[in-house]
Design a protein around this ligand. Sequence first.
Ligand SMILES: Cc1cc2nc3c(=O)[nH]c(=O)nc-3n(C[C@H](O)[C@H](O)[C@H](O)COP(=O)(O)O)c2cc1C
Length: 309
Amino acid sequence: MSIDISARFSGLTLSSCLFNASGPRCTSSGELLELYNSKAGAVLSKSATPGFRVGNPKPRYFENQFGSLNSMGLPNEGIESYISIAAQLSNKAYIVSIAGLSKSDNMQMLRRLQKSGQAVDAVELNLSCPNVPGKAQIGYDFDSTKALLEEVFQVFDGKLGVKLPPYFDMIHFEQMAAILKAFPIAFVTCVNSIGNALIVDAESESVVIRPKSGFGGLGGDYLKPTGLANVRQFYKRLPGIPVIGVGGVKTGLDAFEYILCGATAIQVGSQLMREGIDCFERIAFELKTLMKTKGYKKLSQFRGKLKDG
Ligand SMILES: Cc1cc2nc3c(=O)[nH]c(=O)nc-3n(C[C@H](O)[C@H](O)[C@H](O)COP(=O)(O)O)c2cc1C
């Protein structure tokens, strides 16, 4: 029995629904080419800023058996580099993530992407970005999110999805969904890391990463139930808008659970960092094996069909 784990969304076709999350192993041209030559169904860039950034001092990444903590400080090659490599990635969906440090940074990058024509297949706008000082990050400031999206769609008419931070309150799911519904959003990616978490090393009585007094974004197993909840909430609230699931995907079983909650495709972050690009083939094999056991031939047979009533 042949098992199909391909995914189609917003005019993109992925031979596998599994691809990389923005951040781990997708910063340099070499890393993007490795992803292109792997079994990942698409290639997503590290979140770009207008120019090159070296990022925060190290150690800025930590992992244990439950997941990861990072405060990378957006080290990236700059938007030009992520546009110019597109020509070498032409046989797979190539998505560029952008994370301006201000609204004008984001608008500058979107104007540049608009001018580049079809070079890039889609853009993932990272809303876990700094806002004006004294205000929450954009994704937690609903008025700023709305104002940003209003400007975004005035200058950019390509495929644009948003990467959301995790939400924890029903009213926030409702408010964010109401905003997103008003725009031609190509996809919604849930979730970014849980912000400002702290891991303590009792032996050394110290924090585990150097920037921000040890506070950083939490990923991996720690994040999975929150990721599943956010995918489920937005899948139900945004009919017709594909939801991409991310957070703690290590195995085919994790991917299956995300699809059951409604995910159209799945991104892998911390596990890609740990295992390298071979994770895509392994997780795909595990997902296909599980589907075979359950008698499913394609993802649409169980996508969103979590029994919750
Ligand atoms: C080292 C590292 C760097 C990251 N950088 C970004 C980034 O630049 N843009 C972004 O949207 N998310 C970034 N993330 C968040 C991931 O894309 C992902 O949302 C999060 O790690 C949850 O997935 P996971 O549990 O599979 O790691 C980063 C995560 C890690 C671990």
